[in-house]
Design a protein around this ligand. Structure first.
Ligand SMILES: [Zn+2]
Length: 87
């Protein structure tokens, strides 16, 4: 079952907060800060699904069930995002 992508979703870039390596291109909805990632909305995955940075190896998220579905819960302060601004 595909995850529903919100009408206001836009593609953001998620980078490692330590070494700035690109982790995901992600279709995010809403204007809030990034707390979790839904696997079905990842447009590009540069981590091979490992939840570890391909550049420096730090773990940046944990698998969890949130809101009735699987999610990667971002560990606070481990990532930075680009493209969050509203149109
Ligand atoms: Zn890194």
């Amino acid at each position: 079952m595909a995850d529903k992508v919100p009408a206001d979703a836009r593609t953001i870039a998620i980078h490692c907060g330590r070494c700035r390596a690109l982790l995901y291109k992600y279709r995010k909805g809403g204007s809030g800060s990034l707390v979790k990632v839904r696997p079905g909305r990842i447009a590009e995955d540069h981590t091979d699904g490992s939840l570890h940075c391909p550049g420096c190896g730090q773990q940046f998220a944990r698998e969890a069930m949130m809101g009735g579905g699987p999610a990667y819960k971002i560990i606070g302060g481990k990532v930075t995002t680009k493209g969050m601004r509203r149109k």
